[in-house]
Design a protein around this ligand. Sequence first.
Ligand SMILES: Nc1ncnc2c1ncn2[C@@H]1O[C@H](COP(=O)(O)OP(=O)(O)OP(=O)(O)O)[C@@H](O)[C@H]1O
Ligand SMILES: [Mg+2]
Length: 337
Amino acid sequence: MTNMSALIVEKLSKTFRVPKRKSGFRGALQSFFHREHVRVEAVKDLSFEIGEGEIVGFLGPNGAGKTTTLKMISGLLYPDSDSGKILTLGHVPQKRERDFLKQITLVMGNRSQLWWEIPVEETLRLNKEIYELSDAFYRESLGELVRLLDLSELLGIPTKKLSLGQRMKAELACALLHRPKFLLLDEPTLGLDIVMQKKIRQFLLDYNQRRRATILLTSHNMDDVAELCQRVLIIDKGQTIYDGSFRQLIERYAPDKRVRVDFAESPRPEAIKEFDLALANGGASGLCAEARVPRSQVSRFASRLLENAGGKLPAVVDLTIEETPVEDVIRKIFVHE
Ligand SMILES: Nc1ncnc2c1ncn2[C@@H]1O[C@H](COP(=O)(O)OP(=O)(O)OP(=O)(O)O)[C@@H](O)[C@H]1O
Ligand SMILES: [Mg+2]
């Protein structure tokens, strides 16, 4: 599928030196006069390669080293001086060359590059200057983003007045105005509702195909990964624990989806048994049940429930199908290994 490498990471390491905290007043006083430090190995001997046009999911538990890695790939952080190399689109990122910066973008779901007080449009215009875009390029690129992200109503509004989802859309417009070839996305759907998540994912897929752009994205949301990434890279404590196909990962470690159903009244014990339901608390009616169902059978299972299994089950008030959380998959990989 791919021929050229968009990114080469070879034996990359990043160690932080952080002040050691001692407890109590005595400790605080001691630390004040004599600072001791501990070394945190955020990224350790990490190697991988990404082909041009690939979308790769970058997963791992909190503190695994994902954000640190993205920052090094974009040149915001320097790797340890004795550590290996990074080549992003053929550039050494820490040099922050203009030609390099014009081809990449880094979006952080929890940090905004938009100016807080001024209308979104002003930030966009500022980016036009920063990236030295011609009027024609700006008009065309902005026009496309406004259409795809449904932004026209938001352009005149100051960032601080936008909802989280609206802000994320504006954020993406700003980050993609210069049509970068390489997108580094750190939790792009964090905190967004399901409808907005879907829109963002659709947009990203579209951008990837339209521009043959390479995307490396971190997420704790399995739906992001399932819809966007054929390949995933999982790290823990700065080291790779999985690099391969998402499909195989899922088949091996998350063969089921969780179906949650909210009944209008209590189901009969025979029906509970037949459908292998586990009763749970919660739901609107307080009569909730769940079942783990193999992926291939989920839609059949759900429609049987919705049809009340030919009268065997009470009416269904609500039904949700949930992906196995990323954290559960990672835990299973550990148990397996
Ligand atoms: N600027 C910093 N100074 C000191 N330590 C840091 C710094 N940035 C990150 N770390 C440490 O490096 C490790 C990796 O952090 P990083 O933010 O890369 O994790 P992450 O995989 O992005 O986690 P999350 O899923 O929570 O976002 C953590 O132990 C963190 O505390
Ligand atoms: Mg992070």
